[in-house]
Design a protein around this ligand. Sequence first.
Ligand code: GRF
Length: 220
Amino acid sequence: MAKLKVGILISGRGSNMQALIEACRKPKFPAEIALVLSNEPAAAGLARTKEAGIATAVLDHRPFKKDRPAFEQALTAVLEKAGVEFVCLAGFMRLLTETFVTHWRDRLINIHPSLLPAFRGLDTHKRALEAGVRLHGCTVHFVRAAMDDGPIIVQAAVPVLAGDDEAKLAARVLAAEHRCYPLALKLAAEKRLRVENERCLIDGAPAQEAALINPPPLMG
Ligand code: GRF
């Protein structure tokens, strides 16, 4: 079967992009990276793609001033010219309008560093610590026009531990992100995801019945 041609949109560090690139390097992985596009010319992630020999593009949003539709039209044009069929947002820091999201509907996914629908938006780790949750995590979801909204594909829960600060918690979540994003892309590329009534169904997902309890239950 032909591999799904993926475009990755980044704005910064690109560690999730890197996780996707590494997954796509495996010969049996059902997707390949057609293009990595950054809206930030100085994004650190761009250097990583050049090392990996992957096609990159920069589309700076600034010259478009406040003309978001024109920026997004250009974005779609660049992606489609590269043959992109499916888009992964990986730390892409621009909000996307209804038109773009509709054009790419159910072919556009995002990773967010919280267990959605909790903690949409920024500073999720700080807010999780302030809220005192015992489990935090990350979510890969289909993108809708509302921020950090859309059918959930994969989630990982990680414990919040005594002594955590934002950096420690972020690192634990990020390690989980790097496992979740390739998994979600694999499921999508294998055509195992179906959106019904704005919920994502997964064909052939193994059952996972064990509860993750934090703190672990005391013995005796
Ligand atoms: C990640 O935490 C991701 O969940 C969020 O932005 C961050 C991007 O990090 N959307 P990186 O650029 O992938 O390292």
